[in-house]
Ligand binder design. Structure first.
Ligand SMILES: *Cc1c(COP(=O)(O)O)cnc(C)c1O
Length: 363
């Protein structure tokens, strides 16, 4: 068996100890004689997995089950772009969007189909290399909610602060940096994330929602499947959820807890990102980061080389050196190193050695 360093943006690397547990338990889950994949979602075994997955997400997020619920939904983070306005944007109200990348653009576009929206700020003119400062956010009067995208996966920028939006509920797409750094999660009313970047495999969307915000849900949702309340009342078992994905999330939540929680993980993630940005900054302009320094992402590190031919060569040679998934997104070009929770420090050290050596040979 040979495992490589996986820098893919999503689906992405999973922690090796978790994969090993899955492998051990695949054919006979803890004496049941069947796989979790073959198990009823109404069985006591699965209900335990589902319930503990919820409590561990809250525990790792530093949130109390008295105030928050966790839902395991489907349709990806992309369906949340529609579900949020369907549930929380009343016809007379306005929702504010801060547009800091392509997923934020999509969230704004979907909301526009449902109701009235206002762009509180956009950094499109900087080609999404910056995050707006607090003073640049122009909120509307009494918005139904404010929507932000905490980490821009494609362009590699991340909010260095949590915006103050007064009494307005704060909704955040945290798909690519959830549980990757210490954050006061109680500042948010709804957090959502496709699991396939920091929390598990694809097929599950994790929603963390404040109970008092959930109460504000509209009563005219066209389908029970699109209602947070329905999923909440059913403990995410209204229909058949992605059971195997929830099982892996549960194992990953245990792995995070055993590592010392988000605090310890966040410190390692910081070290990982600093190593790679350090290599960019020390390269005398051979590598050029896309993001301005204050908005650099700790999860997706995007940079260019002197020309497209060298960028292709870089990605090809890295693959040969067992570091895969480094080609940048087509809308930005260049190189993107996605270093989510499951990427070990060693993988980043290997990448930095490769970067130094590649610059020496081609600079
Ligand atoms: C990946 C990603 C999405 C899309 O997630 P899907 O689960 O594929 O719908 C949305 N927002 C952000 C910030 C992402 O990184």
């Amino acid at each position: 068996m040979s495992r490589v360093y996986n820098f893919n943006p999503g689906p992405s690397a999973l922690p090796l100890p978790v994969l090993e547990t899955v492998q051990r338990e695949l054919l006979d889950y803890r004496g049941t004689g069947i796989s979790v994949m073959e198990m009823s979602h109404r069985s006591p075994q699965f209900e335990q997995i589902n319930g503990e997955a919820e409590s561990l997400v809250l525990e790792n997020a530093g949130l109390s089950p008295d105030d928050y619920r966790v839902l395991f939904l489907q349709g990806g983070a992309s369906l949340q772009f529609s579900m949020i306005p369907m549930n929380f944007l009343a016809p007379e109200a306005v929702a504010d969007y801060v547009v800091t990348g392509s997923f934020a653009e999509k969230a704004h576009k979907e909301a526009k189909k449902i109701g009235r929206v206002h762009v509180a700020a956009t950094t499109k003119e900087s080609n999404y290399s910056t995050i707006p400062r607090q003073a640049e956010l122009q909120f509307s009067d009494n918005p139904a909610y404010v929507h932000i995208t905490s980490n821009n996966t494609i362009y590699g920028i991340q909010w260095p602060y949590i915006p103050d939006c007064g009494d307005a509920p704060l909704v955040v797409d945290m798909s690519s940096d959830i549980l990757s750094r210490e954050l006061d999660m109680s500042r948010f009313d709804l957090v959502y994330a496709g699991a396939q970047k920091n929390m598990g495999p694809s097929g599950v969307t994790v929603v963390i929602i404040r109970k008092s915000f959930l109460e504000k849900e509209r009563s005219d949702i066209p389908s029970a499947m699109l209602s947070y309340k329905v999923h909440g009342e059913a403990d995410s078992l209204y229909n058949t959820p992605c059971t195997f994905g929830i099982y892996i999330i549960w194992l990953i939540m245990q792995w995070i807890k055993e590592m010392g929680g988000v605090k310890v993980l966040g410190a390692i993630n910081k070290q990982k990102a600093e190593l790679i940005y350090g290599a960019i900054d020390a390269s005398n302009g051979f590598y050029r980061g896309h993001a301005v320094k204050e908005a650099r992402s700790g999860m997706n590190i995007t940079f260019r080389l002197p020309d497209a031919a060298l960028e292709k060569k870089f990605a090809d040679e890295a693959t040969k050196a067992e570091m895969i998934g480094l080609k940048g997104h087509r809308s930005v070009g260049g190189i993107r190193a996605s270093i989510y929770n499951a990427m070990p420090l060693k993988g980043c050290q290997a990448l930095v050695s490769f970067m130094d050596e590649f610059a020496r040979r081609n600079g």
